[in-house]
Write a protein of this length. Structure first.
Length: 378
């Protein structure tokens, strides 16, 4: 893309800008592979501002790989709770265990070893090894791909495998070999704060004069749109049992408890975490939930289950738009269920109190809101 004299000028210009204007981010303060790794995993699909408090809380509790490897998974998921995409947290801990067992507690130095860790792909490995160890590996993710597509006026779906491979070659060719970690961060920073998805700020861009899309006047039209997966509408009805102390019942992650077929449809929707008794419904939410609850708790007579509808809520997960229908079931005593836990409803609403998904937290808030309104009007 850039050759001859242009290439060193481009590199110099971008690095100069990065050194002067980079954001002060917590994971940039120490070149520790563990911290960089943690930040890279948390930043997947999540904005920087949202990640920072999670990152700091997580590091305080698990300051190094060994602490993370030894922690109960429940604690790890609890501190991740609210960030979403929980497989990232599970993989992070599985990798930490592997690092302790096979690599003496130190993040591997070789690319192949890093790639063998659960949840570590080419991008994450390149980011950690270049930033923490100076490895000459160029990063390529959606953010960097967008910058490269604009710089080279690349059209079409960037994720198409041949195009992606060609972008990786471009990223490799542009990499500044003397400071690859800094270079990678500069490319990412450019994509995050200047060459942003919707409105690239070409007027203040440090590499504007090298950019073909800007010259052609098509910067804001690149990258071209990908074919989107059709949105699926889903409705979930959940039973929120409440006793007189406002305690409720959470069931264990569906993958460990799918004897009722609950796990298959529900597991991805509740991120394989603690959840209210719930079921995907189609035509008759209250009736279908009643059937489900009766199956889960055979000792309760159906006639004694009174479902009180609460406020509806909405939730979106990737291509699914979910309507959440919470129903309160008031009981003198919470029913027994193997492996379930009894918790205060208010606690379920607060971040990091339990390993639950945002979907479950929204259901709890719908119930708590109703409880508060009832208390106020009493
Ligand atoms: S000139 Fe505009 S489109 Fe080109 S890299 Fe800079 S911000 Fe992006």
């Amino acid at each position: 893309m850039l050759t001859g004299r242009e290439l060193p000028r481009f590199r110099k210009q971008l690095l100069k800008w990065f050194r002067e204007f980079q954001r002060d981010l917590p994971w940039r303060r120490k070149l520790d592979p563990y911290r960089i790794w943690l930040s890279e995993i948390m930043l997947q699909q999540t904005r920087v501002a949202a990640v920072i408090p999670y990152y700091e809380r997580f590091l305080e509790k698990f300051p190094d790989v060994s602490a993370l490897a030894e922690a109960p998974q429940e604690d790890v998921l609890r501190l991740w709770s609210g960030l979403g995409y929980y497989s990232r947290a599970r993989n992070l801990q599985a990798s930490a265990k592997e690092i302790v067992e096979k690599h003496d507690g130190k993040f591997p130095r070789e690319l192949q070893d890093a790639l063998a860790l659960p949840g570590v792909g080419r991008y994450t490995a390149a980011a950690i090894l270049s930033i923490a160890r100076g490895a000459k590996l160029a990063v390529l993710d959606g953010n960097v791909a967008r910058v490269l597509a604009r710089l080279g006026a690349v059209r079409g779906d960037l994720r198409e495998s041949r195009r992606w491979a060609s972008l990786q070659k471009t990223a490799d060719a542009l990499l500044e070999p003397k400071s690859p970690g800094e270079w990678n961060q500069a490319m990412m920073e450019l994509g995050a704060v200047v060459c942003t998805p919707r409105a690239p700020q070409c007027l203040i861009c440090p590499v504007a004069r090298f950019c073909r899309a800007r010259k052609l006047g098509i910067a804001d039209r690149l990258p071209e749109k990908r074919q989107k997966r059709e949105t699926q509408e889903v409705a979930i009805a959940a039973a929120i049992f409440l006793d007189s102390r406002s305690h409720t019942l959470l069931l264990p992650p569906p993958r460990t408890k799918n004897r009722l077929g609950e796990g298959t449809a529900l597991a991805p929707l509740v991120s394989n975490l603690w959840h209210f008794p719930a079921v995907q419904v189609r035509t008759d939410p209250a009736g279908e939930l009643l059937q489900h609850v009766a199956k889960l708790f055979p000792k309760i007579s159906k006639r004694n289950i009174v479902l009180k509808p609460l406020a509806k809520a909405r939730h979106a997960v990737t291509y699914r738009n979910i309507t959440l229908l919470a129903f309160r079931i008031s009981v003198a005593q919470l029913p027994d269920f193997l492996g379930a836990k009894i918790v205060s409803l208010a606690d379920v609403c607060s971040p990091t109190s339990h390993a639950i998904s945002n979907l479950t937290r929204k259901l709890a808030r719908a119930a708590l809101f109703r409880e508060d309104s009832l208390a106020a009007s009493a």
